[in-house]
Ligand binder design. Structure first.
Ligand SMILES: Nc1ncnc2c1ncn2[C@@H]1O[C@H](COP(=O)(O)OP(=O)(O)OP(=O)(O)O)[C@@H](O)[C@H]1O
Length: 352
C-alpha cells in the first residue's frame, strides 16, 4: 500500500475524527521528561507527550526503540530490572510514577488496561474463558453491582468484537484461532470499563484478513465505548489507518509527535520519519520505489554523542554530530527533534 493509498484510506476510515476537536480535548495521560533505565542503558530517554481524551494514539518506531518500555511505564509496569529514572506520568491529574501499589492497582485494569503483545498466550489453557472472566470479576468485586451484570457486560463486549458469547464463554483457549484470541484479549482488556486501552502490536501476529478485522473492531470500540486507545506499532500503514495522533521514537528518544496529517503531510518533518515513510512497502507500486533506510539503529550501549539519527541522516550538519536536538513544538503542538528542520522556525520565534 502506498502512502497515498494509506492517506486515502485514512480519510475514509480513520478513528481519529476531527483533529481540531481532539486538539481541544483535555489531557488524559501526560508523560513529562520520562526516562527508564535498565542498568546503565536508557531505553526511554527524556520523553514528553500528551494523550488527550478520545485519542487513538500510536507509539511508533523500529524494534528496540523503547516503545514497549514506554507503554509499560504508563501502567507502572516497567519490567525488572528497569526503573523510572527521571520524570513523571500523570493520569487525569494523578501522578502515577511513585504512586503506592494499592492505589496503582486500582487504576490498572479499571482505568488503564493493557492488551499485551503475547496476548496469543495470555490465557490459562486448562480453564474456560468464562471461568477466567469470573476470576477477574471476583478480583474486582466493586466493578459491577452483581457478578451477573459483569458477565453480561463481557458478553456485550464479545458481540462488539464480533464473537459469539455462547461459543467463547464455554470455550478453551486451544479452540480459538489466533484472530479470535486477540479479540477475546481485547474484550478482556475492556471488561473493567477502562478509560484507556493500551495495545502492544495489536495486529502483528495476524494474517491480513484478521488484521483488517481488528482495525475495524478497534475503530468500532473507540466510537461505541468512547475509550481512549494507545497502541504500539512498527507499522506506519497501521498508524495511518487507525491513529489520529502519533509519537515516533528512535533509539529511546522521541523524534516527532503530531497528528496524522502533520506526520504524513507537513513539510516540517523529521528526516527519520521521512525515511520511514519512503520505506513503507507498497502492494501495488513498483517495489523499486521502496527505499530502505541505510545503516542501523545504534545500540543503546554505544549511542552517538549528538543526534542519534545523524549517522544515518543525509541532511546532518555539524551540530547534529555533537548536540542532541530537543523536541520543539509549534503552536499546533507538532513536535520535531531536528536541528536542521527547526532552524528557520526557531529563528522566527515560531516554536515553543
Ligand atoms: N527486561 C529488560 N532487560 C534489559 N534491557 C531491556 C529489557 N527490556 C528492554 N530492554 C532494553 O530496552 C530497549 C528497548 O526495548 P523495548 O522492548 O521497549 O523496545 P520496542 O521498541 O518495544 O521493541 P520491540 O518492538 O522489539 O518490542 C531494548 O533494546 C533493550 O536494550
Amino acid at each position: 500500500m502506498s502512502t497515498h493509498q494509506m492517506m486515502a484510506l485514512h480519510a475514509d476510515t480513520a478513528g481519529g475524527g476531527d483533529s481540531d476537536a481532539r486538539q481541544q480535548a483535555p489531557a488524559i495521560l501526560e508523560v513529562d521528561n520520562l526516562s527508564v533505565n535498565f542498568g546503565p542503558l536508557r531505553a526511554v530517554d527524556g520523553v514528553s507527550l500528551t494523550v488527550r481524551e478520545g485519542d487513538i494514539y500510536a507509539l511508533a518506531g523500529e524494534s528496540g526503540c523503547g516503545k514497549s518500555t514506554l507503554a509499560y511505564s504508563l501502567l507502572g509496569m516497567v519490567p525488572p530490572p528497569g526503573v523510572v529514572s527521571t520524570g513523571q506520568i500523570t493520569f487525569r491529574g494523578h501522578t502515577l510514577t511513585g504512586m503506592d501499589r494499592r492505589k496503582l492497582d486500582q487504576i490498572r485494569g479499571a482505568e488503564i488496561s493493557m492488551v499485551f503483545q503475547a496476548a496469543m498466550n495470555a490465557f490459562n489453557p486448562v480453564i474456560t474463558i468464562g471461568t477466567q472472566v469470573e476470576h477477574v470479576l471476583q478480583a474486582h468485586p466493586d466493578s459491577f453491582p452483581t457478578a451477573r451484570e459483569g458477565r453480561e457486560y463481557f458478553e456485550y463486549l464479545l458481540r462488539l468484537v464480533r464473537l459469539d458469547p455462547e461459543v467463547v464463554w464455554k470455550g478453551y483457549e486451544s479452540r480459538l484461532s489466533g484472530g479470535m484470541k486477540q479479540r477475546v484479549a481485547i474484550a478482556l482488556g475492556l471488561l473493567l470499563r477502562p478509560s484507556v486501552l493500551v495495545l502492544d502490536e495489536p495486529t502483528t501476529a495476524l494474517d491480513i484478513l484478521n488484521q483488517r478485522l481488528v482495525i475495524d473492531i478497534l475503530n468500532d470500540l473507540h466510537e461505541t465505548l468512547g475509550v481512549t486507545i494507545i497502541f504500539i506499532t512498527h507499522d506506519l500503514a497501521l498508524v495511518a489507518e487507525l491513529a489520529n495522533r502519533v509519537a515516533v521514537m528512535y533509539a529511546g528518544r522521541l523524534v516527532e509527535t503530531g497528528t496524522i496529517d502533520e506526520i504524513f503531510y507537513d513539510e516540517r518533518r523529521h528526516p527519520y520519519v521521512s525515511a520511514l515513510i519512503r520505506a513503507v512497502p507498497s502492494v501495488t507500486a513498483d517495489t523499486e520505489l521502496i527505499k530502505p533506510i541505510p545503516g542501523r539503529v545504534p545500540s543503546l550501549a554505544e549511542l552517538p554523542p549528538g543526534c542519534r539519527f545523524a549517522p544515518r541522516c543525509a541532511q546532518a550538519i555539524d551540530i547534529c554530530q555533537s548536540v542532541d536536538p530537543p523536541l520543539l513544538l509549534d503552536a499546533a503542538e507538532h513536535g520535531v527533534a531536528c536541528h536542521v528542520v527547526n532552524a528557520g522556525l526557531s529563528e522566527k520565534g515560531l516554536l515553543k
